[in-house]
Design a binder for this molecule. Structure first.
Ligand code: FPP
Length: 258
């Protein structure tokens, strides 16, 4: 580990120390949390590191947060790792993110999700390399019978792209006579999303100070609660998750009722 990286680790410990430790109600844990893992680039820039170092630090945070979610009983965690728009970045950065994801998937026993986590990738896989696609299939198959939380990794994922895909699937089902156009309701459309067999997304978390959705889970977040933090993702800790969950537990979710 370089000096700059060690300083980054020390800084994270300090962030953890000064972040208040709040109490959460263990009987009201969100079933499904979505996280936009933002701020890796800024985190790296502030430390004179490469953007890819920020993503590596972000991957480590994902490991810690997945462990924590597993511990407190979150059943589904969906994380935004690479959007359909992220291809606009420098090829070197794109390659570094893909390589990092491959690396993490190759070491799945020890890294993301530990031993009990079911890993799935959501998004359009057609643009991913054959090597990464093969690894994804291997990891999904290897973890499919696990009973712990499901970690959905959104990779080449876009909410609009997902809705378009679902619309095409629905149109195809109509043309094949499997359903009538009138039979297409919200429940049916939900079932055609990548997260079709997951519960609704209860809480969306975005670190790094940005307050937008950036094409993440557009269909699924109709009634989600949102929580934002100024902390960049590599510095995010389980204490931040606790604050987000405590805040969520204070919200009065009415789902359009009174
Ligand atoms: C957004 O921060 C982050 C990304 C586009 C990549 C997220 C990827 C990881 C954390 C890699 C690990 C993933 C797995 C599944 C192991 P940004 O680069 O847009 O930050 P900035 O807004 O500060 O530039």
């Amino acid at each position: 580990m370089s000096l700059k990286e060690s300083l980054g680790t020390i800084y994270k410990k300090l962030v953890e120390l000064v972040t208040p430790d709040v109490k959460i109600d263990m009987d009201n844990i969100p079933k499904h949390i979505g996280i936009i893992m933002d701020g890796n680039g800024r985190w790296a820039k502030r430390r004179g590191l490469k953007r890819s170092d920020g993503h590596r630090a972000g991957a480590k945070t994902l490991e810690d947060i997945t462990d924590y979610c597993s511990k407190i009983g979150v059943k589904f965690l969906t994380v935004y790792a690479f959007s359909t728009e992220n291809w606009k970045r420098d090829k070197a950065e794109v390659d570094a993110i893909m390589e990092l994801i491959y690396e993490y998937m190759s070491n799945m026993e020890n890294l993301i999700g530990g031993k009990d986590c079911r890993i799935r990738v959501i998004g359009d896989r057609s643009r991913l390399s054959d090597k990464l696609n093969a690894k994804i299939l291997e990891v999904e198959d290897y973890t499919k019978d696990r009973t712990g939380p499901t970690l959905n990794i959104a990779l080449n994922y876009g909410g609009r792209d997902e809705i378009l895909r679902a619309a095409r699937l629905a149109a195809q089902a109509v043309s094949e006579g499997k359903i009538t156009a009138d039979g297409i309701d919200e429940k049916y459309m939900s079932s055609l999303m990548y997260t079709g067999d997951n519960p609704e997304v209860d809480l969306i978390i975005r670190p790094s100070g940005e307050k937008r959705l950036s094409n993440f889970l557009l269909w699924q977040c109709a009634y989600s609660e949102f929580w934002f933090s100024n902390t960049c993702w590599p510095d995010f800790t389980p204490k931040h998750m606790k604050i987000a969950i405590a805040e969520y537990q204070k919200r009065n979710r009415r789902f359009g009722g009174v």
